[in-house]
Design a protein around this ligand. Structure first.
Ligand SMILES: *[C@@H]1O[C@H](CO)[C@@H](O)[C@H](O)[C@H]1NC(C)=O
Ligand SMILES: *[C@@H]1O[C@H](CO)[C@@H](O)[C@H](O)[C@H]1NC(C)=O
Ligand SMILES: *[C@@H]1O[C@H](CO)[C@@H](O)[C@H](O)[C@H]1NC(C)=O
Length: 286
């Protein structure tokens, strides 16, 4: 009798054990935790097996207390926008992603959690490609006018630009080259408008701009490269023509010459020959 009872207990214990282990295996843990940050819009992302569990994100600066991110409590999503919370910008932040039951009335048991890598928005947020305009001031000088990219951060009803955050640390690298010449020159501008002088008069120049933050670590110094903008040289339309256009122009000129030669040749023949040729030409399908 006693042995049957023992066996029963062992059975119960074993099935309970197998249930817990199975449960344990299906509890998702946040993995591949990454910071994605562009122009100071910062989102924490992670991956997890699909399940009926949720996640709560906490963040802290070095050695400080944890704060729950109000928008990321028991979320089923695997990303959390922390843009508004990582202030001041020039601090190292760390996040903790806790796996939780969907319903709030479960107490926190030993569910898994994952720490994020450290992240400092001021020195690690990527900077997008800028827009800019180039105006010719005189024959040898142009003005490059750069628009500082906007962030998603608002302060006092004003949307901040990357200049409002990076201030003096923000510089721009302007690369330019003379049309048809591969040698690039670089100009570093501490402001968002720059005058570039010493250009060859009458030449077309092409410009590209990228944000440049020399105070950062090498890997994070350069913003994305802008599209290219070119000035028109004196050569005007001739200089701007592409190879295709040139082929077109040459083809057109050759056609005109052939037509002229044909017409002249026809006119200079004797009238009888001319007439018969004309009639055969007229009857031929065009
Ligand atoms: C910045 O951009 C690089 C290259 O695209 C990427 O590898 C990196 O993860 C980005 N960093 C952040 C914080 O988004
Ligand atoms: C062109 O303009 C720049 C700045 O306005 C000036 O310093 C330079 O002397 C001018 N050059 C010529 C050739 O007029
Ligand atoms: C630069 O461009 C902006 C907008 O395109 C304009 O408001 C500003 O006056 C320009 N600045 C200069 C110095 O040309």
């Amino acid at each position: 009798m006693a042995s049957v009872e023992t066996l029963l207990w062992v059975g119960v214990w074993m099935s309970a054990f197998s249930i817990t282990t199975a449960d344990d295996n299906s509890v998702p843990k946040a993995e591949n935790v990454r910071w994605m940050s562009l122009d100071f819009t910062t989102v924490l992302t992670w991956t997890a097996k699909p399940s009926s569990y949720s996640f709560t994100v906490q963040y802290a600066t070095d050695g400080d207390d944890w704060t729950e991110s109000p928008d990321c409590i028991r979320i089923s999503d695997t990303k959390c926008d922390l843009t508004e919370h990582l202030i001041p910008y020039d601090m190292n932040y760390i996040a903790d992603i806790q796996t939780e039951h969907l319903e709030a009335d479960y107490d926190v048991e030993n569910l898994p959690h994952t720490y994020s890598p450290k992240f400092n928005p001021f020195s690690e947020s990527n900077i997008s490609a800028v827009e800019f305009s180039v105006t010719q001031l005189n024959e040898t000088t142009v003005c490059v006018n750069i628009t500082d990219p906007l962030t998603a951060i608002h302060q006092k009803n004003q949307q901040l630009s990357i200049r409002d955050i990076l201030k003096k640390d923000l510089k721009y690298k302007i690369s330019y080259y003379k049309s048809g010449n591969t040698r690039k020159r670089d100009f570093e501008s501490p402001t968002s408008t720059a005058e570039i002088s010493g250009l060859d008069p009458g030449q077309s120049y092409c410009f590209m701009v990228a944000a440049y933050i020399p105070s950062r670590a090498k890997a994070n110094q350069n913003g994305a490269l802008s599209l290219e903008q070119c000035t028109e040289g004196d050569g005007g339309i001739l200089q701007e023509l592409s190879v295709g256009a040139w082929v077109g122009v040459v083809f057109l000129i050759i056609t005109v010459i052939i037509v002229l030669v044909t017409v002249i040749a026809l006119c200079c023949r004797n009238p009888n020959r001319n007439k018969s040729l004309q009639s055969t030409q007229l009857s031929a399908p065009v």
